[in-house]
Design a protein around this ligand. Structure first.
Ligand code: 5RP
Length: 236
């Protein structure tokens, strides 16, 4: 690890380095998206090169596919491998029940598909992502482009009946245009401040026509590997 890393980057890097030890020869591995996952991809590539680790991986995004190819990782499609032994991915927040908010990088749909199709999901994060209550980070939801503003209004109406402290659904934009996911959809970032009942919220959001998936990962994550800037790692 480089001495110039910020404490947050050092924490992400150490969590990723620790988690790749869970990967064994012959495994089918789901690769997450984001800056912590980028470290994991780098360390997996090193294990392939240095230890001769023989694995096949399914990327959760185009960005991750490009990074993995650069790291010398053999890739496949989920439909070809059908099931995964483990997925390793980052998170925007996690609580004591290992419920997550994901999708800060806009890859929540494919991330949720591969994590759900895995025997195990391991989350890697810097320890500051741990929260008592989810919701300080925006909750992303993926929505189809058709009727974007109408869907946004319907989502806000749903939020008003939920145990949350904020009700704003903002279209994620890049250079003034709606951000487009790998699946060709858009993202609404829900500013909720505190989510009282994640399970009820997740079910209600997915009932809105136009919503493809939400960024709450409930009963999906098995292990969180949290890194600290001083090199300590906690496994929950
Ligand atoms: C991408 C994600 C990321 O895992 C999440 O945003 C965490 O990112 P980072 O590792 O950069 O902090 O869900 O859709």
């Amino acid at each position: 690890m480089s001495a110039q890393l910020s404490p947050i980057d050092a924490a992400k890097s150490i969590a990723a380095k620790f988690a790749v030890q869970f990967v064994e020869d012959g495994m089918r591995v789901g690769l997450g998206t984001g800056s912590t996952s980028a470290w994991m991809i780098r360390y997996l590539g090193e294990r392939i090169k240095d230890d001769g680790l023989d694995i096949v991986c399914v990327p959760s995004s185009q960005r991750t596919a490009e990074l993995a190819e650069g790291a010398g990782i053999r890739l496949s499609r989920l439909d070809d491998v059908k099931w995964l032994d483990v997925t390793i991915d980052g998170a925007d927040e996690y609580d004591g029940e290992l419920t997550l908010i994901k999708g800060g990088g806009g890859a929540l749909l494919q991330e949720k598909i591969i994590a759900t199709a895995s025997d195990r999901m391991i989350v890697i994060a810097d320890h500051s992502k741990e929260v008592g209550h989810l919701g300080a980070a925006p909750l992303p939801i993926e929505v189809v482009p058709f009727g974007l503003q109408t869907t946004r209004a319907m989502v806000e109406a749903v939020l008003e009946g939920m145990d949350v402290l904020g009700w704003e659904a903002a279209v994620r934009r890049v250079d003034g245009s709606p951000f487009t996911t790998d699946a060709g959809n858009h993202i609404l970032d829900l500013h909720l401040n505190r989510i009282g009942d994640p399970r009820r919220l997740a079910l209600a959001l997915n009932q809105v026509p136009g919503v493809v998936e939400n960024g709450l990962f409930i009963d999906i994550c098995d292990v969180v590997v949290a890194g600290h800037g001083d090199g300590r790692v906690e496994v929950t």
